[in-house]
Design a protein. Structure first.
Length: 127
């Protein structure tokens, strides 16, 4: 059974970001350019990135929140909270049928990102 990778994230400008972890319920990893297979990590992106702007925008992101993970993280700080991962980057060696990711952990990078394209799945490895 695929339980999905632990997600670590550096994207401090995302509404879902909490201290290098991701509080979203699910994240979608896509090709940066539609229809173009990724051959390097810069050609991937976290499509679930949602730029932090203020309270109204925070509430707008609340339909995709991992409440159970946040509660666990509160009780036992560390690596408890992690979203499920849907990934269509089939050129990655960790990709599995069903848009799953078989890596144990993935790192999403893009400090100070302004849009999805500024983020990458740094764990991507070309098949
Ligand atoms: S950029 Fe993606 S992985 Fe990082 S906090 Fe936002 S939704 Fe989560
Ligand atoms: S490591 Fe590969 S399969 Fe896993 S989320 Fe990143 S790009 Fe997708």
């Amino acid at each position: 059974m695929n339980i999905g990778p632990q997600v670590k994230c550096q994207v401090n400008t995302c509404v879902h970001w909490i201290k290098d972890l991701c509080a979203a319920g699910n994240i979608d990893i896509l090709y940066e350019e539609e229809g173009k297979m990724a051959q390097q990590q810069e050609q991937t992106e976290c499509k679930t990135f949602y730029k932090k702007r203020g309270l109204a925008n925070f509430i707008g992101g609340m339909d995709n929140v991992n409440w159970l993970g946040m509660a666990k993280e509160y009780v036992m700080p560390g690596q408890q909270m992690s979203p499920s991962v849907t990934c269509i980057v089939s050129s990655c060696k960790y990709w599995a049928q069903g848009d799953l990711c078989n890596a144990q952990e993935i790192d999403i990078t893009g400090i100070d990102a302004r849009e999805c394209q500024d983020t990458d799945c740094s764990t991507f490895v070309d098949r």
